[in-house]
Design a binder for this molecule. Structure first.
Ligand code: LLP
Length: 425
C-alpha cells in the first residue's frame, strides 16, 4: 500500500502532481511519500505490539539515509540501525536519540568505535573477536563498559539473492554459531564490554518465514546456553530482512513475522530490537525520469531515459525488477508495446528493463520506477560524472527538496591538479 496514485489522469504523490515537482526540480529525481513511510512504520510497530513484544524498531538507515526520511520515522518513535560513522552522524542530525541507535557492521574502525562510544548510543553489535578487543580498549579508556550484542551467524539459507544473503557460514558476517558461546565467554571477561544481547541478521528481501524461524530457534538455544553460563542476555536484535513486493512476490505480513518472533522468542523476557530497512522505505519512494529518445534498434525499441544505472543500481547489480509506469495515466485498454528501458551510461548493464510492456511513450514524457525508496538513492554514484540526483519529500499537498542536486562546480571543486603540472596563465 502506498500513496502514489493517478488523479485526474496524472500520477500524484499524495496530493502533489509529479509533473509539478518535475517542473520545479528537473529530472531525474527521487520522490518519497511521508504518508507511506508513516503507514509502513505504524503497521510494523503495531504488529509487534499486538504480538505482545517489547520491541524497538531501529530503521536500517542504509536503505535510505536521507535525514528527512530518518526524521519522519524518528518522530513516530523509530530508532536507527547504522553501519558507519557517516550514517551515525545522519541519524543524530535527523534527531534520533542516541538511546535508540544501534551500530552494526563487520568492519568498524577504531575511530568509528570511539565516536559511537562517545555519543552514548544504545548498543554496538560486534562481529568478531578483534573488534570485541578493540571496542573494550576504546570503552575502557573512557572508563565505561559499552553495551554489546554479539552478532551470531546462524548458518541458515535465507533463500534470497546471493549478493544479499548474510546468514550462511561462508558469509563474512557475525561469529559462527558454533563458536558463539566461547566468544561470549571472552566478552564477559573484557573490562570495556557489557554483554547485553544477541544479534542476528540473515539477509535481505526474504519472502518466506521459515529462514527467520530457523534462525530465531538457534538464537533461543544460544540464549539458554549463555544464561546457563551466567551471562545475562536481556536484548535480542533480530536484524531486518522482511521483503517487499517488487513484481509477483507476496512476502509475509508484519503480523505473521511478529508471530514467528513471539512463538520462538516471546517468553525469554528480552527486549526485542528489529532493524527493518526495505520494508519501511521501499514502497515509499519512486524514481522519476524523462524519456530522452525513442530509438528504433535493429530488433527492438529502446526507451532512452535520463536516469541511469548510477542513479538506481539494483537492476544492473542484482537483475532486480522495478515496476515502470508513465506519469500520464494511460487510457483504459490503450495499446502497449514492448521496449527496453535504458539509461545513457556507456555500458550495456545500464538497462532497467528488457522487453517491458508499456504504453507508447515519446521524447519528453515522464515515467516512474516504482519501489525505489530502498537502496536507490542510497547506492547511487556519480559514474560518468553524472551529479547525484535530488531527493524530494512529499507531505499532503506540500513538497520539499531534501537533498539538492550538486552543481558541476561542486563536483569539480573536490578535484585538483598536482603542482607538477605547473600553473597556467
Ligand atoms: N540489519 C543489518 C545488519 C543489515 O545488514 C541489513 C541489510 C538490514 C538490517 C536491513 O535489511 P532490510 O530490512 O532492508 O532487508 N542493497 C541490497 C540490500 C542490501 C541489504 C544489506 N543489509 C538491495 O538493494 O537489495
Amino acid at each position: 500500500m502506498n500513496h502514489f496514485h493517478y488523479l485526474n489522469g496524472e500520477l500524484h504523490a499524495e496530493s502533489v502532481a509529479i509533473s509539478r515537482i518535475a517542473a520545479r526540480v528537473g529530472t531525474p529525481f527521487y520522490c518519497y511519500s511521508t504518508a507511506t513511510l508513516a503507514r509502513h512504520y505504524t503497521v510494523f510497530r503495531d504488529a509487534l505490539a499486538a504480538a505482545g513484544l517489547d520491541a524497538t524498531v531501529c530503521f536500517a538507515c542504509k536503505a535510505n539515509p536521507n535525514i528527512a526520511v530518518i526524521r519522519t520515522l524518528a518522530e513516530l518513535g523509530a530508532g536507527a540501525d547504522v553501519v558507519s560513522e557517516g550514517e551515525l552522524r545522519q541519524a543524530l542530525a535527523a534527531g534520533v536519540p542516541p538511546a535508540r541507535i544501534v551500530f552494526s557492521g563487520v568492519g568498524k574502525t577504531r575511530h568509528e568505535l570511539e565516536f559511537a562510544v562517545a555519543k552514548g548510543i544504545l548498543q554496538i553489535n560486534v562481529e568478531s573477536e578483534p573488534e570485541l578487543r578493540l571496542l573494550s580498549e576504546v570503552a575502557a579508556a573512557r572508563g565505561i563498559r559499552m553495551p554489546v550484542s554479539i552478532r551470531v551467524n546462524p548458518d541458515v539459507d535465507a533463500g534470497t539473492h546471493a549478493k544479499i544473503t548474510t546468514g550462511k557460514k561462508e558469509n563474512k558476517f557475525g561469529i559462527e554459531w558454533t563458536r558463539a558461546r566461547e566468544v561470549y565467554g571472552l566478552a564477559a571477561g573484557l573490562p570495556g564490554i557489557e554483554v547485553v544481547g544477541v544479534a542476528c541478521h540473515i539477509g535481505s528481501q526474504l519472502t518466506e518465514l521459515e529462514p527467520f524461524r530457523d534462525a530465531f530457534v538457534r538464537v533461543r538455544d544460544l540464549v539458554a546456553m549463555l544464561r546457563a553460563d551466567g551471562i545475562q542476555i536481556r536484548r535480542l536484535d533480530l536484524g531486518g530482512g522482511l521483503g517487499v513486493p517488487y513484481e509477483h512476490e507476496s512476502p509475509p505480513s508484519p503480523a505473521a513475522y511478529a508471530e514467528v518472533i513471539r512463538a520462538t522468542l516471546g517468553d525469554l523476557n528480552c527486549r526485542i530490537i528489529v532493524e527493518p530497512g526495505r520494508l519501511l522505505v521501499g514502497n515509499a519512494g519512486i524514481l522519476v525520469s524523462k524519456v530522452i529518445y525513442v530509438k528504433e534498434g535493429a530488433t527492438r525499441t529502446f526507451l532512452i531515459v535520463d536516469a541511469a544505472m548510477n542513479d538506481l543500481m539494483r537492476p544492473a547489480l542484482y537483475d532486480a525488477h522495478h515496476a515502470i509506469f508513465p506519469v500520464a495515466e494511460p487510457a483504459a485498454g490503450s495499446a502497449r508495446i514492448e521496449v527496453d528501458v535504458v539509461g545513457p551510461v556507456c555500458e550495456t548493464g545500464d538497462t532497467f528493463a528488457k522487453q517491458r510492456s508499456l504504453p507508447p511513450m515519446r521524447a519528453g514524457d515522464l515515467l516512474v520506477f516504482g519501489t525505489a525508496g530502498a537502496y536507490g538513492a542510497a547506492m547511487s554514484s556519480t559514474y560518468n560524472t553524472r551529479p547525484l540526483i535530488p531527493e524530494v519529500l512529499v507531505k499532503d499537498d506540500d513538497f520539499a527538496v531534501v537533498r539538492a542536486r550538486p552543481s558541476y562546480e561542486d563536483m569539480l571543486a573536490l578535484e585538483s591538479l598536482p603542482d607538477w603540472f605547473g600553473h597556467e596563465g
